[in-house]
Design a protein around this ligand. Structure first.
Ligand code: FE2
Ligand code: FE2
Length: 332
């Protein structure tokens, strides 16, 4: 049997260490062959990533880890020193070709969560000032720390019967249709409503190539932002072309999509297509350690996927309780 643990939204620094130790014991006892973590591991600081690394290393088996939105917050705070007070958000709208702008972070205002963008080499003194230039170099790569500390567990995993590929879905869009102009201190920046995740065409090609190179396996795609939400969810999310992407993934032969972000455990099934393909499960994870547990769940949780021959069984586990099976299917 091959066992896969799906853990998500660790938010490791917001949890009590004693509790983490108990949870680690449980995960070690589960003896996974592969553990997949679907983002929001920490808040993007170096020490936190090291902590995540240590935690992952304490669990046996292979790992596949993808970043979530909070894993990039560190870059944001380092840039501004603190969460910026954004003043003077004008109602005027503008369209941006985002390759002409630097992505400088995200922020949440009462009206929603926004990408912050600043025109490259323009609008203010940033590029003339060496200190700011240094900061710019740092933040121009928000994945720098993640890559340095977790890069080796961010690559596709191929087991004899499982293929798992992960993607960063916290991407700046290729084009922003509506951006709002704001001031942050002396600097002019642009706010664009964030969609809750995106896959790019190149990601779809990567999946297609990976399945072609390692055929005949249980195919898993790991992302942070869910492409679909459980029916009972009252939370909204706008994964860019989420439904179309789900259809594409099902058509490529993906069996399970693992996601996190909303802290709502659950799943939905994309039925077999064209009378031929296998069904596809979209599974969301609860949060493993964060106190932000959504009703009706009371405990932190994770998912277990067991593969026995062609038979796939999916269970949800609230920490400290027995796994509860809630789905499964047979591979063809
Ligand atoms: Fe989260
Ligand atoms: Fe998230």
């Amino acid at each position: 049997m091959t066992r896969i643990l799906h853990i998500s939204d660790l938010h490791l620094v917001s949890s009590e260490m004693r509790y983490v130790k108990d949870a680690v014991k449980e995960l070690v006892m589960a003896a996974p062959d592969l553990t997949i973590a679907t983002g929001d591991l920490c808040y993007g600081e170096e020490g936190e990533f090291m902590h995540v690394r240590h935690f992952l290393d304490s669990i046996p088996g292979k790992k596949l880890v993808v970043p979530g939105n909070t894993d990039k917050l560190g870059t944001f705070y380092r840039w501004f020193g603190e969460r910026p007070s954004i003043t003077d958000v004008k109602t005027s709208e503008t369209t941006l070709e985002t390759d002409e702008y630097d992505f400088i972070g995200t922020t949440t205002l009462s009206t929603g969560t926004y990408w912050l963008l600043e025109k490259k080499n323009g609008d203010g003194p940033a590029t003339e000032n060496t200190t700011l230039k240094k900061w710019r170099e740092k933040i121009s790569d928000p994945m720098k720390l993640f890559d340095a500390i977790l890069g080796d567990v961010n690559t596709p995993v191929v087991l004899p019967d499982v293929l798992a590929v992960g993607f960063d879905t916290e991407k700046t869009p290729e084009r922003v249709e509506t951006a709002y102009i704001a001031k942050c201190g002396e600097r002019k920046i642009y706010l664009a409503h964030m969609n809750d995740g995106a896959l790019h065409d190149s990601d779809i090609s990567t999946i297609e190539d990976a399945i072609r190179d390692a055929p005949g396996r249980l195919n898993i795609v790991a992302v942070h932002h869910p492409l679909a939400l459980p029916l009972w969810s009252t939370y909204t999310g706008y994964f860019s072309e989420g439904e179309e992407r789900l259809e594409e993934l099902a058509g490529l032969g993906v069996h399970i999509v693992l996601a996190g972000h909303k802290h709502i455990p659950g799943g939905c099934i994309v039925p077999p297509r064209d009378g031929g393909s296998d069904p596809m499960y979209h599974l969301s994870g609860g949060t493993l350690f964060s106190p932000d547990i959504k009703d009706p769940y009371k405990e932190n949780s994770y998912n277990i996927i067991d593969l026995e021959g062609k038979s796939v069984s999916i269970s949800h586990v609230e920490i400290g309780t027995q796994p509860r099976r809630f789905g499964g299917f047979d591979l063809r």
